[in-house]
Design a protein around this ligand. Sequence first.
Ligand code: FMN
Length: 329
Amino acid sequence: MIQQFLRDTKVDVPVVCGPMYPGSNPELVAAVSEAGGLGVVQPVTMTYAYQHDFREGLRLIKQLTNKPFGVNFTLLAGNKRYEKRLHEWMEISIEEGTSFFLTSLGNPKWVVERAHANGIVVYHDVTNRKFAEKAAKAGVDGLNCVNHRAGGQTGELSAEDLYHSLHDLGLPLVCAGGVSDENEFLKMLDLGYAAVQMGTRFLATEECQIPDDYKQGIVRSEEKDIVWTNKLAGTTSSVIRTPDIEKGGLMVNPIFGFLLRQRSTKKLMRTLLLLRSIRTHKKVVQKPGYGQIWQAGKGVGQIHAIEPAGAIVNRFQRALEAHKPDESR
Ligand SMILES: Cc1cc2nc3c(=O)[nH]c(=O)nc-3n(C[C@H](O)[C@H](O)[C@H](O)COP(=O)(O)O)c2cc1C
């Protein structure tokens, strides 16, 4: 399946820099792709956190590398203005020659139809069997399996359980969560994953434009310093336990909690929390010292230095070559 992933994405190394709000500035996406991995654009990061016109942002990446990169689409429905932007971003991505789409949430069927008609491959984020079956039925080419060690919004299952629950679907499975060094990378490939998607590791890089104290916080942290909060998106997100996180508490207040559990108000509450968190994170990246609300996953313990993104990809490539010279995998 590694070979299928490499064919699908047209990259050399089965390493993805996952879309991150607010970590995926275009320079980071380009650096990962240039080194032979797959950088993935997060449109809200591109246009809102870093204020690029979307097409110009894609063109900036294309100036920095002529290698393939992907674009992530979060398929949130119900907000007409967002849906319009989503369609615009997709059409621009097609026009600018993107070859890989990564979808999150929702039903990716309409994206698959539009993408396949243009020779674009689609992988979809999943956290369990139910979502994976829905995505497979929609015709996606691969599954990005988000586990419970991931940074950002976490999954529910371990990488091992997720793999065993999904491998019979016959699609390439990408492991997203908890991998930040070569040992974990090789372990996940040995388990059967076709590739690894990393977020936290790529935050602590020279090209990532989050503030330096956030990067240092990742380098300093151990797995035990990662805690879960539902205050960022209404679902579980993992963050570093900083004084600011402790001060604000990890869980929403009981009234919000009640509204988050009700079918009729759950969606609205999640949207409100998400919008607030998008604004907060923009300030975190644009105003150094604003607040230590630092999302990161449990792979922090494997990160010991801020490095160039390309050096990480190169190291993983060398480790894979030394581990499995057999190209048939
Ligand atoms: C700060 C941060 C923000 C993230 N934002 C997004 C996002 O906007 N959309 C998305 O699909 N995934 C997002 N993710 C998840 C990553 O794309 C990736 O799947 C995850 O980081 C992998 O786990 P790891 O952090 O343990 O490497 C985010 C992760 C982090 C750490």
